[in-house]
Design a protein around this ligand. Sequence first.
Ligand code: NAD
Length: 481
Amino acid sequence: MTLTRNYDTLYIDGQWMEPASSDRIDVVSPATEEVIGSAPAASRADADLAVAAARKAFSHGPWPRMSVQERASILRRVRDAIAERREDLASLITDEMGSPITQSVAIQVGAPLSLLDSYLELVESFPFRDIRTSSSGSALVTREPVGVVAAVVPWNVPLTVAIQKVAPALLTGCTVVLKPASETPLTTLALAQLFHEAGLPQGVLNVLPASREVSEYLVSHQGVDKLTFTGSTSVGRRLASICGQNLTRATLELGGKSAAVILDDADLDATVEALRLGSLRNSGQICSLKTRLLVSNRRHDEFIDRLRSLLGSMPVGDPHDPATQIGPMVTSRQRDSVQGYIEAGKNEGATPVVGGGEAPVDRGWFVDPTVFTDVTPDMRISLEEVFGPVLAVLRYDDEDMAVDLANHSPYGLNGAVFTSDLDHGVEIASRIRTGTVEINGNSAGFHAPVGGFKDSGIGREAGYEGLEAYVEPKSYGLPYD
Ligand code: NAD
């Protein structure tokens, strides 16, 4: 299989199908600004076909009725195919959205592999059925697939988020219509190829690159039982209201503005090293990054010195160069938006201690990685998701103030505590209103649920909770013994 960069067809009903219209989506490399490939843009008619195919596969096809082990064996084949094509997929993702190549290999393709391993292990012991008996009755309780799932995903981690949704949906017996972001249709169509070659039955997975308008049509489709969405809070709100009207089930993974609380007893060298990927992975374009750094007045200056060295050790440039640690922003719009936040930070009185200018390049959508200090909690760079390499340092007087600052956000996705006292770190973490908190830079891994409090979303992915999101519990009353 070659990973093509030009598609003429859409993946619907287990076939590569001619699209209903001649509209196309060009994919532009953020590093070179050149068109590197293209894909058809699905129309409403294609969305109708894809939902009908997913419905037919769900109602009459073998997939929901297969054993979990049979379904898992197909996903295991996809897992092995991704592992085999790791370098090619990584290179494609770097072409499409500019992720530095070493991170594309390790994270953009590494994370989906770990996610698949986790889901394949957890599904073995997932309680698809159990018997419950009490004085009030006896029941068989089953967890049945929710049905046809529309999965709408962002461009920043295209393979990871697609697998995050498709794997638990398919393992529990659902069928899926997957709508990639317009920036990254090629990675998603490559994934369709891998599923096709792994022998996935007809109609179980359909992939539709499409405009926002067609995407919204898909979400509002009467044939869709569940939406699983990852993206911005503003689009999530809009899609949630459509789901509310139709009573479509919805899982929403939205934006973040996560705080790292650096306690006075933290090892600052280790802390700052953890922030290399923890705050600046994917050039700052990850929802869970710690972009508000909270440090006490006592340790502020030494922390800033270390941040200066950290940024100095992160080369910005060609994302295909293995030395590069920060690449371009995904689009010129995103570059302009991040640049706008850098200007806003300066205008609101924050001090840039690193960067703060414009990237010295003549092509590619690069920004100057920037660290601001003297940031106050109501500045835009502290409240809003920048989605670029821009960090805000806020000072605190005591730990209560640090917790208040961490919680001073509409978001509640992720957080971090750095300390040499683990128990105390967990206690501080328990006061932070977010779906996950990392202690000393440790991620909870994919057996644990991820998701947001507050404006960061509704529902959870990964872990058993990620599988639960795709089932409806159903009770059968049984005769008493
Ligand atoms: P986005 O909300 O603009 O788009 C997300 C997806 O929704 C894309 O496929 C897009 O084409 C589609 N879309 C956009 N408008 C739509 C509409 N009106 N109707 C239907 N579909 C529509 O987000 P983005 O710019 O692609 O991604 C960045 C955002 O995603 C950030 O806010 C980031 O925090 C968030 N994100 C969250 C997580 C998480 O796990 N919580 C993970 C990755 C990214």
